[in-house]
Design a protein around this ligand. Structure first.
Ligand code: ADP
Length: 725
């Protein structure tokens, strides 16, 4: 190392031999770096300060013959003052330029310059950020601008730029540009011509993306137009008045409602509008006062009802208009409530009328209900499904229920026994709309299942005002008592008629029976008279025959008297012990068969059968039964009298082989004046009193009498009498 370099490196005596290069060049790091670069095959150029001056070093690698790296050799050159100054200026220039470019690029918009043909000669880096197209493309394409402006806006852009060019003053305008991704960006352009020597040389400008502002403005305009349209279309008349008493806004409805002229409204003077409107009200002074009271900036919200002279009624609402917290004016909105009020009054009137009608209806309903429920006849309303809508107690009681239990139930549920009778009739009334009145019905109802009852029933169709049949009204009148009375009457009538016919029969039979013995009696008496007149001896058989006829008459008369006594309850018995065998023997001795064709048999037990009774009356019974046995066995046969003991009773039987008694006649056999259909009328007729008297006598002795008989086979009359113990 030469001394100059050693000194420049800060070594006072230039004694650096043997020292490491790093150590020697500690104060000249730029030279150490250049050395290092040269040793590693690079360019060993460096510039820096030495001990006292500016130095430039050129370092070269030194190679041996075999191209082996041996070391490096540095050549140092001291720089003069001029060179140093030039380098410094150049460095400053590039720093300023950098700052300027940073500044341009930091502007939120595209700074540009273009020539007279609108070819961009400069665009800032924002160009790429805003439209996504690199700045180089802006500069490279001569017609870049024309191609990227919205076709509709290009003529405007062109004319503004030309004006700026010609007039030499800035122009501002907005237009649309097409971005790389296809979206449209709204740009605001500020264009000015750059003049040189009084002549325009270039265009220079700034493009700012105003898409968002533009959209916001459009939204605002849209919102404003919606508000305006709403404002004009609402039914309320609205006016806004500022603190300076000027009308800020109003809608058409307000102007029309108050009949305000265009001139008044255009003047915007609130006081004038108030003066024009006030005379329309019924009380103008009050109206004006009220408005003024409301006006003075107050927080109050008021609602007033304003009556106009023409009959309209307006409802006015007044409230403060605010921006944020500040009151900036007041709003009045008026609504025409004339119809509303009328409707309300009408509604109230109708309500009162309806209330009255309802009360009246309830009253009549209560009356009807009371009437219905307490009516002595059964009443019900039944719907088309045959369910009870209403039913009164009288009808419900037939079903053995309370009326409330029946509502909504079907007629079949309530009266299953009779449903099949009245259901078809009910359906018929609802189908035809023709009532069915006073139908006679009989049947058994749940309340009295064992009793046959009778009703007179009517069904009437129930119609809606439009005529449709919605159900039926049923009226059920109980006529069981009447029915029974009628039946009783009919029975009595029948009995009376029967009695009359019996009496008539009796009279004719009695007359016949009484007359029958008279003819032979008269005959025998006449014979006896003739014999006596002729002085002949009296024929005894005439006397006997006459006496027999008298006996027959007296028997008939006794029977009649006995029957009368029995009816009057005056048949008296004289009771004494009677031995039946002895009694039978006496009767048999008296009773003669009518003809010889009869055989009379008698059978009795050896031990005596003693009863306590009326001897004569018991003999009368035996006689009667035996005589009947003969009488009703006209073709002869055996008549058998049997006495026997049957436990504590004596049993007397009189059996014949005669005509018998038809079955349907047997129950009447022991009745007064009864003669069986098959009893012969003539010959051995009777009055139909014998068995009647017999039964009364036997029953009064505590016994019974009955008959076993077969038509054509004969009859056995049996009598029991309690034996005396
Ligand atoms: P009468 O014999 O006088 O008609 P009764 O009271 O003795 O009256 O008998 C009533 C009726 O009973 C008779 O008319 C007759 O039809 C019937 N009758 C009574 N006894 C007999 C009998 N043994 N056989 C058939 N019918 C008899």
């Amino acid at each position: 190392m030469d001394t100059v370099l050693a000194l420049s490196a800060g070594w006072k005596h230039g004694d650096v031999g043997g020292r490491a290069a790093d150590e020697v060049l500690a104060r000249m790091p730029w030279l150490a770096r250049a050395l290092e670069a040269a040793l590693s095959g690079g360019q060993g150029l460096g510039e820096g300060s030495g001990e006292s001056q500016r130095l430039r070093a050129l370092v070269l690698a030194v190679h041996g013959d075999d191209d082996q790296l041996l070391g490096a050799c540095a050549r140092l050159q001291t720089l003069g003052l001029e060179e140093v100054a030039r380098d410094a200026l150049s460095a400053e220039l590039s720093r300023v330029r950098k700052r300027y470019e940073d500044f341009i690029d930091s502007i939120d918009g595209i700074v540009w310059e273009a020539d007279a043909e609108f070819r961009f000669t400069f665009v800032s880096k924002q160009a790429e950020r805003l439209l996504g197209i690199p700045a180089e493309q802006w500069l490279r394409q001569p017609d870049f601008w024309a191609r990227h402006v919205h076709p509709d806006d290009w003529p405007g852009v062109l004319s503004s730029c030309l004006s700026a060019w010609r007039q030499g003053r800035p122009h501002e305008f907005e237009y649309r540009m097409l971005a790389a991704d296809g979206h449209i960006a709204w740009m605001r352009a500020h264009v000015t011509a750059v003049m040189e020597d009084g002549r325009p040389m270039r265009l220079r400008g700034l493009m700012v993306d105003v898409t968002e502002q533009r959209q916001a403005r459009e939204r605002l305009e849209h919102a404003h137009s919606v508000l305006r349209a709403t404002f004009d279309s609402i039914g309320d008349g609205v006016v806004l008045v500022g603190l300076d008493q000027r009308i800020i806004a109003f809608n058409k409805r307000f102007q029309l409602m108050w009949g305000l002229s265009d001139e008044v409204m255009e003047s915007r003077v609130a006081q004038r509008a108030l003066e024009s409107a006030a005379p329309l009200t019924r009380d103008p002074a009050r109206f004006v006062r009220r408005i003024q009271d409301q006006y003075f900036p107050s927080e109050e919200i008021t609602v007033d009802s304003i009556e106009l002279r023409d009959g309209r009624v307006l409802e006015g609402t007044s409230l403060p208009q605010r921006v944020g917290d500040a009151v900036i004016g007041r709003v009045w909105s008026y609504r025409d409530v004339t119809e509303e009020r009328r409707a309300k009054v009408e509604r109230e009137r109708l309500l009162v009328a309806e209330q009255n009608a309802r009360e009246r209806a309830e009253e009549s309903f209560a009356l009807l209900d009371t009437f219905l429920n307490h009516a002595p006849v059964g009443l019900a309303f039944i719907n088309r499904e045959l369910r009870y809508l209403r039913i009164n107690d009288a009808l419900a009681s037939l079903h053995g229920r309370k009326r409330d239990e029946e509502l909504g139930r079907t007629v079949r549920e309530m009266n299953p026994n009779m449903a099949s009778i009245f259901e078809p009739l009910m359906l018929q009334v609802m189908e035809t709309g023709i009532p069915l009145s006073d139908m006679e019905m009989s049947g058994h109802v749940p309340a009295t299942p064992d009793e046959l009852r009778h009703w007179r029933v009517s069904y009437y169709p129930v119609r809606t005002p439009s005529g449709g049949v919605v159900g039926l009204g049923a009226v059920v009148v109980e006529v069981t008592a009447e029915h029974r009375a009628r039946q009783e009457r009919e029975r009595l009538l029948k009995e009376a008629q029967e009695a009359i016919s019996v009496r008539d029969d009796f009279l004719s039979i009695a007359a016949h029976e009484l007359k029958t013995p008279l003819t032979p009696l008269k005959l025998h008496l006449q014979m006896m008279k003739q014999q006596s007149t002729a002085g002949h001896a009296r024929q005894p058989h005439h006397v006997d025959k006459a006496l027999a006829q008298v006996t027959r008459l007296s028997v008939l008369i006794h029977d009649l008297l006995d029957a009368t006594r029995i009816e009057a309850g005056r048949l008296e018995l004289r009771r004494e012990p009677v031995e039946l065998q002895a009694l039978a023997n006496e009767v048999l001795a008296e009773t003669r068969p009518l003809g010889h064709q009869h055989t009379l048999e008698y059978e009795a037990p050896p031990e005596p059968l003693v009863v306590k009774g009326d001897r004569g009356r018991l003999a009368q019974v035996l006689t009667n039964l035996l005589e009947n046995a003969f009488k009703y066995s006209p073709s002869g046969g055996v008549v058998r009298l049997t006495l026997e003991r049957d436990g504590a009773q004596a049993l007397i039987s009189v059996k014949d082989t005669g005509i018998g008694i038809p079955e349907d006649q047997r129950e009447h056999l022991f009745q007064r004046f009864f003669r069986a259909r098959n009893a012969p009328i003539s010959g051995f007729g009777g009055l139909g009193l014998g068995l009647y008297i017999c039964r009364d006598i036997i029953e009064r002795h505590g016994g019974h009498i009955w008959v076993d008989t077969e038509v054509g086979q004969g009859s056995t009359f049996r009598v029991t009498l309690p034996l005396e113990t």
